[in-house]
Design a protein around this ligand. Structure first.
Ligand SMILES: [Zn+2]
Length: 156
């Protein structure tokens, strides 16, 4: 079981990750099932590599009993339609923030076999993916929430 990294001032959680050079390397192939196991034990629906102390562009998720491996994910489009969801994070225990996200996204990534993939996601899966990709860019929900608040409090 991997150790979870927590805290909103923890540097690795605020740092943009490095691309995974070889998804088929023994290190990455060993890490993927360990990340799934850790996500299950912690009752999470997603887990990004910085949360287990690896600054790599890699995340896993499980939504509707389907497991996803996102290696080097890049969101390529965001819908104009937004949804708000009260999000929690394994790295910020006990904290919840209403986060505004796109209702639909498209992304490209490599799967656990290193194959390039494209997908469209909506609703809860889209929220989870945007949350995990934020982790890979060093953005925690507390900071995304603060940014949202700033935007909505502009006085004209
Ligand atoms: Zn999180």
């Amino acid at each position: 079981m991997l150790k979870l990294i927590t805290g909103d001032t923890t540097e690795i959680l605020l740092t943009k990750t490095a691309l995974v050079k070889d998804p088929l390397s023994p290190e990455i192939q060993a890490l993927l099932p360990q990340m799934i196991e850790t996500m299950h034990k912690e009752n999470g629906v997603g887990l990004a590599a910085p949360q287990i102390d690896k600054s790599l562009r890699l995340a896993v998720a499980e939504v509707d009993n389907q497991v996803y491996y996102f290696i080097n994910p890049e969101i390529t489009s965001y819908s104009q339609e937004k949804i708000v969801f009260e999000e929690g994070c394994l790295s910020l225990p006990g904290q919840f923030f209403p986060i505004i996200r796109s209702e639909e996204i498209t992304l490209r990534y490599q799967n656990e076999k290193g194959l390039p993939k494209k997908m469209r996601a909506t609703g809860f899966l889209a929220i989870v993916i945007q949350h995990e990709v934020d982790h890979l860019d060093g953005i925690l929900i507390i900071n995304r929430y603060k940014k949202q608040q700033k935007k909505s409090s502009i006085i004209l």
